[in-house]
Design a protein around this ligand. Structure first.
Ligand SMILES: Cc1cc2nc3c(=O)[nH]c(=O)nc-3n(C[C@H](O)[C@H](O)[C@H](O)COP(=O)(O)OP(=O)(O)OC[C@H]3O[C@@H](n4cnc5c(N)ncnc54)[C@H](O)[C@@H]3O)c2cc1C
Length: 402
């Protein structure tokens, strides 16, 4: 078995397979290695089985990182349309669902097959079920100790992802390796994850489990997200909440506007003139699912359930405040078990934004989710996987050849 390669890629996920294929396509000898028995498990479970493989509106502003500029170079050089071209080359089709999100018409396993075919046809090798126990850097080469013996490589690409969903192979390997080679790691935290609550809030939300409605959600450090919210047995979920969760920190509140894009005060004034005999509860039930409307009536600050004709200006102002400025204080998140991504990760200060190469060790690269670049919900994280992989693959020094 060949134990010496020009380039060894650790991690056969989205970023690792794509990087391996593109590097092998340059004529370099490449091996992609993974400890799991199956490659790209996260691609398989992504997008509800239809892989939301990119977003046509991708820009650096759709990512968070300690350095918001870091992702710009790679994203500019490998665009969503480049991956669409690759999909088309493999006979795959897609459709835009909402907000620029492109989903595969075929099952997400077709995207995995695309990645495997690209690697194979370029002459790259894939080794699964192979544990890595250590990496050394000797005489400018990397020596990787694995369950299948030592493998030597001139270039090492680390694409072992983040900590989310440990049951399908996630590990903190990339962070440990980065620290070993002198890199800083921004503390990883679960992102795109449901928010959990305790006490009365938890009980109330559990009662509403399954109810959803459009909202604007905003954590203190992030932008406002206009999408749906879903009540669950443990707390709040749905796209708007998942997006806000990526910016949320413990002890902070999340602001929710339950009347996104419309004025409660103005609507109530109009309703008071048009239908003065209906009660506030009826008006609420016309705008919200019945169970949610009932719950809203119990909120402190919400005016009592009286006929609209009897609502004062102050009552309408209070209803406006309550519905447009609902502030919730999560107790935590559902954690790594359900988080779609890991925020934080390898500090971009130690990496070249052009090539993803380490500034400390020549020939060492970090790509994909292990880097401190985290996309919003909606195909951005795969676009980062493709773009960072493409940047590294084209930058590998062919002259450091095996
Ligand atoms: C449920 C779910 C749905 C998602 N849906 C979408 C979506 O529709 N669109 C989108 O853009 N993003 C989605 N994401 C996020 C997306 O899947 C990730 O951002 C992306 O897969 C990251 O790619 P990666 O290659 O960097 O890491 P990964 O895909 O996580 O791959 C890392 C690989 O490294 C291997 N590995 C880990 N540790 C070791 C080790 N010690 N030794 C050897 N190998 C190791 C793992 O087995 C894995 O194969 C989803 C995530 C989840 C969890």
């Amino acid at each position: 078995m060949q134990q010496r390669f020009h380039t060894l890629v650790l991690g056969a996920g989205a970023a690792g397979l794509f990087c391996g294929a593109r590097a092998a396509g340059r004529g370099l000898s490449v091996c992609v290695l993974d400890h799991s028995a199956k490659p790209a498990e996260k691609v398989r479970i992504s997008g509800g089985g239809r892989c939301n493989f990119t977003n046509v509106d991708t820009k650096a502003a759709n990512f968070h990182s300690e350095n918001p500029h870091f992702a710009k170079s790679a994203l500019a050089r490998y665009t969503p349309w480049d991956f669409c071209d690759l999909m088309a080359k493999h006979g795959l089709s897609w459709q835009e669902k909402t907000l620029g999100q492109l989903f595969c018409d075929q099952r997400s396993t077709a995207v995995i097959q695309l990645l495997l075919d690209e690697l194979d046809s370029a002459g790259g090798e894939l080794r699964l079920s192979t544990e890595v126990s250590g990496v050394q850097h000797r005489d400018g080469r990397f020596v990787v100790e694995t369950s299948a013996g030592e493998i030597e490589a001139d270039n090492l690409i680390v694409a072992t992802g983040g900590l989310s969903i440990p049951k399908i192979g996630a590990s903190g390997f990339a962070y440990e390796l980065a620290r070993q080679f002198g890199h800083e790691v921004i503390p990883p935290r679960p992102a795109l994850v449901p928010l959990t609550f305790t006490g009365a809030a938890k009980d109330n939300f559990a009662e509403l489990s399954g109810v959803s409605c459009p909202i604007d959600a905003q954590a203190r450090r992030g932008p406002e997200f206009h999408e749906a919210m879903l009540f669950t047995h443990r707390g709040l979920s749905g796209p708007a909440i998942l997006q806000a969760s990526s910016y949320w920190r413990e002890t902070e509140s999340v602001g929710i506007d339950l009347a996104p894009g419309w004025s409660v005060r103005d609507e109530l004034k109009t309703a008071k003139a048009d239908t003065p005999k209906i009660n506030l509860s009826t008006w609420l039930a016309r705008h919200y699912p019945a169970r949610l409307a009932d719950y809203m009536l119990t909120w402190p600050g919400m005016p009592a359930d009286k006929q609209l004709a009897n609502l004062s200006g102050a009552d309408m102002e209070a209803a406006d405040q309550a519905l447009k400025h609902w502030s919730i204080k999560p107790a935590g998140t559902e954690g790594w078990r359900t988080a779609e991504v890991t925020a934080g990760g390898i500090d971009t200060n130690g990496l070249s934004s052009q090539t993803m190469e380490s500034k400390h060790v020549k020939g060492l690269y970090f790509i994909g989710e292990c880097v401190d670049v985290t996309g919003w919900l909606g195909g951005y994280n795969f676009q980062w996987a493709w773009a960072s992989a493409a940047a590294a693959a084209s930058a590998i020094d062919a002259d450091r050849a095996a």
